[in-house]
Design a protein around this ligand. Structure first.
Ligand code: SF4
Ligand code: ZN
Length: 340
């Protein structure tokens, strides 16, 4: 098969786009697709200060590289969840650090053991480990980004992730979740802008990009993902896609087109600041604080800081050296009100 663009030998055949591309043409094509997604959904502008949620997996690392290649100022935030099984968190951090070195960008690291004194496996998980984990990650992405002056946080959710979430939300008629499912959530009081620049790129497309750009990433699945229903939904969608190429893309993008009309006038829940962390919530204390913080602990002091920092987060900031894999580490303890 030949490349549709230049006629050289194709390395990727994307049935859903009826497109074959060679090694040379593939990466520029995918990068252009991400750039068009950013424009189409008005995710952020050229000058935006971007914080990428980096997990050590293929999508977030590739996204960080693509944004940097497209000329955006993007730093990374890695949240060390303390998942010890086969050193999962430790190895994920190593891949994230390697990418920071390669891109010569800053990687911030938050270690849960240091911030809340517990790892993800140690936290109470009445609604499942992944539910708590998602809550913790969303909390820190939001508070860290706001406290450090970022304009937008971006995540590596790809089309397969979004289509699986959509299927789950439709099957359960989760109207609140459906209303919020979007490539971009605008900033509002207490919440930073959140964007997903890979929503139109499939898992397979991201995998090919990583291979062609020698991106090393953690290939093992998180041990807690074994029973995740999202994997089941992805398998079903892949079977549909196999029979009907392009079905996944249409399922998601048509929903995004019609959802504005569907949810016009949809009443959102009233939010007030959490009494502990000030993040907007429906009750008095947010779910993060109920699980990770309460009862409140005494405040702690600033040991060393980099850039403006305040609020209930303690983390390490790692700034990539030009040629060296060792990073300049600065441990900061912040939080004028309380220790977390
Ligand atoms: Fe967290 Fe679950 Fe993802 Fe593992 S699979 S990183 S526990 S959300
Ligand atoms: Zn709170």
């Amino acid at each position: 098969m030949k490349c549709r663009r230049c006629g050289a030998r194709a390395v990727a055949h994307l049935r859903h786009h009826n497109l074959a591309l060679c090694e040379e043409c593939y990466s520029p094509w995918l990068q252009r697709r991400v750039r068009e997604t950013i424009k189409r959904f008005h995710l952020f502008d050229r000058k935006a200060k971007i914080l990428v949620a980096v997990s050590g997996g293929k999508d977030s690392l590739a996204l960080w590289m693509i944004l940097t290649k497209l000329g955006y100022e993007a730093d990374g935030l890695y949240i060390d969840l303390g998942i010890d099984t086969e050193k999962y968190s430790q190895r994920s951090l190593q891949y994230s650090r390697a990418m920071a070195e390669r891109l010569e960008r800053t990687l911030h690291v938050i270690t849960l053991q240091e911030t809340i004194g517990k790892t993800i496996p140690e936290l109470p998980a009445a609604r499942g480990t992944c539910s708590v984990c998602g809550l913790v990650k969303r909390h820190y992405m939001n508070t860290w980004a706001i406290e450090h002056g970022y304009d937008v946080t971006v995540t590596g959710h790809n089309l397969d992730d979004e289509a699986a979430t959509l299927l789950s939300n439709v099957l359960n008629w989760q109207l609140g979740y459906l209303e919020r499912q979007a490539p971009c959530l605008d900033e509002r009081e207490g919440f930073i802008r959140k964007a997903k620049p890979l929503v139109l790129c499939t898992e397979k497309e991201m995998l090919i990009y990583c291979m062609l750009n020698n991106i090393e990433y953690i290939q093992d699945e998180c041990p807690y993902s074994v029973n995740a229903t999202s994997i089941f939904y992805k398998e079903i969608l892949n079977r549909i896609e196999h029979e009907i190429p392009g079905a996944k893309l249409r399922f998601y993008s048509e929903f995004i087109k019609v959802k504005h009309g569907i949810f016009k006038g949809f009443r959102k829940e009233r939010l007030t600041p959490c009494k502990i962390c000030k993040t907007p919530t429906t009750g008095e204390i947010c779910a993060f604080c109920k699980i990770c913080i309460a009862p409140p602990k005494p405040q702690h002091s600033i040991r060393e800081t980099s850039r403006a920092s305040s609020g209930p987060v303690r983390a390490k900031i790692e700034k990539s050296g030009r040629n060296s894999i060792s990073s300049k580490n600065m441990e900061i303890k912040t939080g004028s009100k309380k220790e977390v």
